[in-house]
Design a binder for this molecule. Sequence first.
Ligand code: HEM
Length: 347
Amino acid sequence: MTSDGRTVMAYDSGEGGKRFLNIMKRVLLFLEPTDHARVRKMVSKTFMRRNVEEFRPFVAETIDYLLDNMEREGCADIVSDYANPLPITMIFRIFGMPLEDLPLIERWMKDFARRGELGKISPEVEHGGEEAAKGFSDYFRKQIADRRARPRDDVISTFVQARDDDGNHLTDDELIAMCVLIFMAGHESTSNMIAFNTFSLLRNPDQLRLLQGNPGIIEDGIDELIRYDASVHVAQRVGLKDVVVAGREIPAGEPCLIMQGAANHDPEQYDRPDRLDLTRGKVQHLVFGLGSHSCLGNQLAKLELRLAIPALVQRFPGIYLTVPQSDVRSCNTGLLLRHLKDLPVSW
Ligand code: HEM
């Protein structure tokens, strides 16, 4: 199976959707294997665990700020007050971008994501995608030129300075696609995961109390929380050769969806898979994918989750849902991502 340039053509809507497609063609997820390996190697150092640790003070500071705001209100919607602002603020901070640009980037992200949904798109969605692609391109082109002229201690500067084995830098178009991808891949998936992780604990009060009594169990426990109920359940691939899976033939070239969410509850892999058990020890799961395209930002995502979840339940020891569990709605964003509409709590 592959996720290279062949699947990106699913987004080809003709002349009217050119700008969007041009960014998508350079996005890591859809690069041909040789280009993918070259670009991924150039940027991956930035996202290694030991480098990501440098972001810890930013994450902790942002979490404190959000929790202080929530505490003043006396109740909160975890989705809009905590889970949504944290990852996007983090990307702004590590990219060294001014927070006043946040509403602009958020608007482009929304239009870009709508355009990126699979299936037939309306002229309005196509237009939104083009505007977002132009906005992103112009914005990041300026950021890149600025870092080239005056390198700083931020992630855009490390991308600009990265060299491949032949000493070449990434082109402007590759850099733009990388910046867009980090926002698109790094924000919503993490934000949704914070909400799902919180909901998982609220539904399992014994595990909530366990974590409150011993916050250190989050170190390994985070992978169990992620496995138990994840924001990404599905991956998109194209068959490289004819294969038979569970008695069904998938011909070469056929686009298909892989349900890694099902694998994360495989009874042959996990004892009582539908039980949340933060003491399971080291848990392997497929939430961050597998193979050459596996999630580049998984260490950053886990750092955010390892800090955000214990901080929330420590700050509000009596945290509880203010609506019945059955009213908490899990929805799909397009085909690939899941999110909670809201998660109202008090304490
Ligand atoms: C809990 C949060 C996250 C989840 C569940 C998640 C999940 C995934 C998955 C499943 C893939 C593979 C997709 C595929 O194989 O088709 C992926 C790829 C990717 N993710 Fe994440 N991700 C998360 C957070 C992040 C963050 C915080 C960043 C960056 C700041 C990030 C950056 C990326 C990138 C760049 C890729 C493409 C890798 C490649 O094609 O080589 N992700 N992610």
